[in-house]
Each structure stands twice: as C-alpha cells, then as structure tokens.
Design a protein around this ligand. Structure first.
Ligand code: NAD
Length: 514
C-alpha cells in the first residue's frame, strides 16, 4: 500500500502550494479539493505546519454523499458472507500494518508511538467484533402466533451514515463506529478532525485493499461547513459524533431537527475516588497513567483525584516521586508523554494552571517549567499536579483536556460521591479501595456511565458499549457492542400467513388472534 495520497496542486495561494494537501477520499479514490479551502496540519513536536488539509465546500459535500448513496444499494444487497470476508481481510491488514498508522498519528497528534499503537488496538477490537456481525444481525421468529400466522423481525441498514470525530483519537474513535456500520450494510461518510486528518485516508486505502466496494467508506475533510452539510442533508440517515460538549449538543439538536438518528458523545471531567484503605502505590501509578497518558488528551483521562483523608499527603508524595521520572518530549524518541496538539490548546491548558493558582490552589508540580526532549518550538506542557483545588474554580468545573491532575481533599466517602454526582459530566469515574462492599455501593450510587473499580481508565471492551451520562452523551445510544448494532440497523416486523386459506372473509373489526 502506498503512503497517504497527497495532492500538492489543490490550492491557489503560492505560500501554501509548497506543502502537500490531504485530499478527501470519495468513490474509492483521493479526491483533490476543488474549493481551494485548506486548513493547517501541524507536527506538534516540531511546532510547524507540515501539510494542509482540504476543507470541503458545498460541492464537495454533495459529491461525497452522492457517491455513498449510489454505492449503498449494492452493498446492502451483498451477502453477509461476502461482507464478513471483507471485514476479516480489513482486520488482518490493520493488524499487519498498524505501525504505519501509529507513525502517522504521532506526526499529527503528538502522542507517543506506543500510545498510538494502543489506540489502534482498541479500534481493532471493534473490527474483530464486527467480523461476527452476522450473528448480531439475526432477527427473531415466533411460529403460530395466531392460527397459521408467523411473526418475525429483520434488521436492515439505515443507508448513508455520518461519523464526525475529534482530534484526540484519530483512529480509535472512528473505529468505534465504522466497522459495525459497514458490516451491517451501511455506507459511511467520515468527517475526521481537521487537526489530524491523515489517519482517515490511510484507513480508507486499507478498506480498498480489503476489497470494500468504492463509495462505502468515504472521507470528507472539513470544518463546520462539512459538519453542517452532513447534519442537514436528507440522504444522511444518522450521525455518530464524538467531541466537546457544546458541539455535541449542537450536533444532537441540529441532526435530530433534520430527522436523523443521532448519538453525540461529549466532554468529560473524570474523578478518581481514593478511600483510606486503598493500596497507595497502585493508586499513584494509576493516577499518573490515566492523568498524563496522551498528555491528558483522553476523554477517559482522570483529571481529579478525590482523596478521602488522611490519604492526600502520602498519596501526593508518591505521585510527585513518580512525576519526577516522567520524560516529556517527541513521541518518536521513546518519551513518556508528547506535546499538546496545537499551540492554542497548549496555551489554553496552561491558562487553567494560572486560574487555579489565582483561586487559591497549590501548584505542587508546574508543567510550565518543563524541559522537553524535543524541538523547542514544540507545543510542550509538562505534567502538572495541583493540590487543594477549590471546587468553585473554573479549573475544577471546566474540562481542561491536558496533563493537569488536581487533588480535592474530602473527609468522607459520602462527600466524595456527592462531589462526583454534582458534576455536569458523567463519562468515567473510578474508585480505589480494598473494601468490596464500598466498591459495590459506589457502582450503584454513582451517576456516571463507565466505572472502574481499581481500574483508572474504565473503557469497556468492544463487546460492551461505550458512553457516558449527563453532559457526556446526547441521545440514548452508546458506541459499539449491542448498542452499536442497534444504532446502525432498523428493525422490521413481518406478520405472515401462507397455508391457511380461511381468512374469515370481510371483517372490519380489529384483527384478533385465535
Ligand atoms: P471538538 O468538539 O472541537 O471537535 C470535534 C469535531 O467537531 C471535529 O470533527 C470538528 O471539526 C467538529 N467541530 C468543531 N467545531 C465545530 C463547530 N463549531 N460546528 C460544527 N462542528 C465543529 O473536539 P476536539 O477538540 O476535536 O476533541 C476533544 C473533545 O472531545 C474533548 O472535549 C473530549 O472530552 C471529547 N471526547 C469525548 C469522547 C467521549 O467518548 N465522550 C471521546 C473522545 C473525545
């Protein structure tokens, strides 16, 4: 397979023609931008623009959706056996070549290569789930519900389905949706984040190599214009969105107003509750891994440790000891943590450290002082630990989405649970304890969609469904697992009579079973 198909001739501005432009992928081939609208794509560890990405206009949106709509009927009618063969091939190619994809992700997102490989593996799990989709697409059958009458149900694909994804998991988040959507017989139009667009094109090429018909996996690059195009187009039957809460709310409201089925996963502020009987070495490792992995740019990152006293002081000592050993730098150099995705985002995250300080918190470790193992122009911010975070501070109430871990001290389990339940978000949470009864009580009482018990990033495996509560999910269907199958199919119930000729003649009364 070739590397990403880059088109250097898509812009009119002399200054930008020197850099390649990531094209759309429409009807099974690279589709150079006709609009000339492009966005910048950075290498965050170098701090420079390395390429551009096409930003779709109306004509490109139409071309993408029209190609998917034209390809859909034949794919819908392709046998399950043939669809499954392609799914197996795709999964095998992904497994064989994931190293290539990881390097692409690191060069545009900044996360370290091992972490990029990790996200690909979690996405691959969904492709593996989809290789068995023939089983999940089975309907139900009831014989003789009335004399000579059988009732059965079937699950059919929706048609053209839209996926709109965030920057932080350019491979995994789209993979939560497209393997199931495709195996179920739909045609996918993926609108990836414009910050790290190339992973989507790489996946599109892989699908082609696996034998997927042209038009069934389309990549439409762009910004709000492309998103609005998908949300309002009558040919698009559903939207699967993942991103920040304000945009998730907008996507849910706009998509449903236009008659679409919408699942919109939003932002997060995940708390880890530490009870006094917890193993503090385990907790410190978990806090570091989940707080600073991927520079905190994970929707399941732990951003607040709720320490039930007297654990805060000994726990802070163990966390800071570990933080001193973390190496922040270029993700291609074997570092623990990479840069943030853009300068704007780095500055925004750093501003929250300032806000916390002004609001009276104690900065225990200040990531603004980091000396990175990388280019000085990279978008660096080191791991930061903040103690005694006031819960009235914007640094506590708002999602930071960076390597900033806050400690909030509480006196009791009940106080900790109330704090978590009072929060606006409900994506993930964790409890660390050796008391099974306390953990069981927590899983029952906590108002959050995904819970870890002595597990800091409780991301369910692909056979279960992924999604939070409250401002972390709009709509009533989560990603992948049984809910994913339900989202990407619509049911028909068929009532059938064949052999009994006596239908009772004319009778305008409501049919009764006999
Ligand atoms: P974002 O909301 O800025 O962007 C997400 C998508 O929406 C992108 O494709 C982007 O192009 C598009 N978009 C951005 N602004 C838009 C606008 N005004 N109108 C229409 N479309 C718009 O999110 P991000 O910064 O790319 O990703 C980080 C966010 O995603 C965080 O809030 C994180 O918590 C969240 N996230 C949530 C989950 C989850 O499962 N709940 C998973 C991953 C990321």
């Amino acid at each position: 397979m070739s590397t990403i198909d880059l088109n250097p001739d898509t812009t009119t501005d002399d200054a930008v023609t020197e850099l390649p432009t990531v094209p759309h992928w429409i009807n099974g081939a690279a589709y150079p931008s006709t609009s000339g609208r492009v966005g910048d794509v950075y290498d965050p560890a170098l701090g420079v623009v390395t390429k551009h990405v096409a930003l779709a206009d109306k004509a490109e949106i139409e071309a993408a959706i029209a190609s998917a709509a034209a390809a859909f009927p034949a794919w819908r009618d392709t046998s399950l056996a043939k669809r499954q063969t392609i799914m197996f091939k795709f999964r095998q190619l992904l497994d064989d070549r994931k190293g290539e994809l990881a390097e692409i992700i690191t060069s545009e997102h900044g996360k370290v290569v091992s972490d990029a490989l990790g996200e690909i593996s979690r996405g691959q799990e969904v492709a593996e789930f989809a290789t068995g989709l023939a089983h999940h697409l089975k309907g139900e059958f009831s014989e003789q519900v009335s004399t000579g009458i059988d009732v059965y149900s079937t699950k059919q694909p929706l048609g053209v389905v839209g996926i709109i994804s965030p920057f932080n998991f350019p491979a995994m988040v789209p993979s939560w949706f497209f393997p199931i959507a495709i195996a179920a017989g739909n045609a996918v139009v993926l609108k990836p984040s414009e910050k790290d667009p190339s992973a989507a094109n790489w996946l599109a090429e892989l699908w082609k190599e696996a034998g997927l018909p042209d038009g069934i996996f389309t990549v439409l690059h762009g910004d709000k214009e492309a998103v609005d195009g998908l949300l309002t187009h009558p040919e698009v039957k559903s939207i699967s969105f993942v991103g920040s809460t304000p945009i998730a709310r907008y996507v849910y409201e706009t998509g449903t107003q236009h008659g679409k089925r919408v699942q919109a996963l939003g932002g997060a502020k995940n708390h880890m509750l530490v009870l006094p009987d917890a193993d503090l070495d385990l907790v410190a490792d978990a806090a570091i891994n989940s707080g600073f992995g991927s520079a905190g740019e994970r929707c399941m990152a732990i951003s607040v440790v709720v320490a039930v006293e007297p654990v805060a002081d000994p726990l802070i000592a163990k966390i800071t000891e570990r933080m001193a050993k973390l190496r922040t730098g270029d993700g291609r150099r074997g570092c623990d943590m990479g840069p943030l995705v853009t300068k704007v985002h780095r500055d925004k995250v750093a501003s929250y450290i300032e806000i916390a300080e002004e609001d009276g918190a104690t900065i225990v470790v200040d990531g603004r002082d980091v000396v990175p193992d990388g280019d000085p122009n990279g978008f660096w911010l080191g791991p930061t630990l903040i103690d005694s975070m006031p819960t009235s501070s914007r640094a506590y109430t708002e999602e930071i989405f960076g390597p900033v871990l806050a400690i909030v001290r509480v006196s009791t389990y009940e106080e900790g649970v109330k704090l978590i339940n009072d929060g606006a978000f409900g994506n993930g949470t964790a409890i660390f304890t050796n008391d099974g009864g306390a953990a069981r009580r927590f899983q029952n009482e906590i108002q959050v969609g995904m819970i870890g018990i002595n597990v800091p990033i409780p991301v369910p495996v692909a056979t279960f469904s992924f999604g939070g509560w409250k401002a972390s999910l709009f709509g009533d269907t989560k990603a992948h697992g049984a809910e994913g199958v339900r989202f990407f199919t619509q049911q028909k119930a068929i009532t059938s009579r064949w052999l009994d000729p006596s239908h009772g003649g004319i009778n305008l009364g409501f049919p009764q079973n006999d």
